[in-house]
Design a protein around this ligand. Structure first.
Ligand code: FE
Ligand code: FE
Ligand code: FE
Length: 180
């Protein structure tokens, strides 16, 4: 199957069955709503377990953004005339569990711990980037313009967070190289 965001536009073009597409949109929206709430609970743990102040600050800053993303999703629900509701996101449950494994398997106070936390966090951001990109496209197709704009805003925050985590990881590589 071709990639979702590339194919979805052509796939549904000319189809007048907007009801099923709307259902799909709502299901995905409820999934990411659950996922963001899960992250509001989990980011403080990641911040607490981080070794460097640099990574801890990055997580704390993204916690604030994530809280705001939860409210923004509630705005999206409202803009399409629906109640905010959650459906379990198995993927986010699993990604958070993997993050807990990293914490269990690395030593406190090490750069290895931070490297592991960055990997976990980037897997999470990539999941979110896929979800928001697809949701934004679906919203556009359904003519939910306000929703599309709100989803685009969050998509940009997730991409910026991913880039920031890459920068933190690169600074560790440089520190290590300098220490050798
Ligand atoms: Fe998020
Ligand atoms: Fe999910
Ligand atoms: Fe995020």
């Amino acid at each position: 199957m071709a990639s979702f965001t590339d194919s979805v536009g052509n796939f549904f073009r000319g189809e007048d069955n907007d009801t099923s597409l709307r259902e799909l949109f709502l299901h995905e929206l409820k999934d990411i709503y659950y996922a963001e709430k899960k992250l509001v609970d989990n980011l403080p743990v990641m911040a607490e377990k981080a070794t460097t102040q640099e990574l801890r600050s990055a997580f704390q800053m993204h916690l604030q953004e994530t809280q705001n993303q939860v409210s923004r999703l509630e705005q999206v629900f409202r803009s399409v005339g629906e109640e905010a509701e959650e459906v379990t996101c198995e993927a986010m449950d699993g990604l958070v569990e993997e993050g807990e494994e990293v914490i269990d398997e690395t030593q406190e106070g090490t750069l290895t711990r931070d490297a592991g936390l960055i990997i976990s966090a980037q897997k999470i951001e990539h999941y979110e980037i896929s979800a928001y990109g697809s949701l934004r496209t679906l919203a556009q197709m359904l003519g939910f313009n306000e929703a599309a704009q709100l989803l685009q805003q969050t998509l940009e925050e997730e991409k910026a967070t991913d880039a920031k985590l890459t920068a933190v990881a690169e600074s560790f590589v440089n520190q290590r190289a300098a220490a050798e």
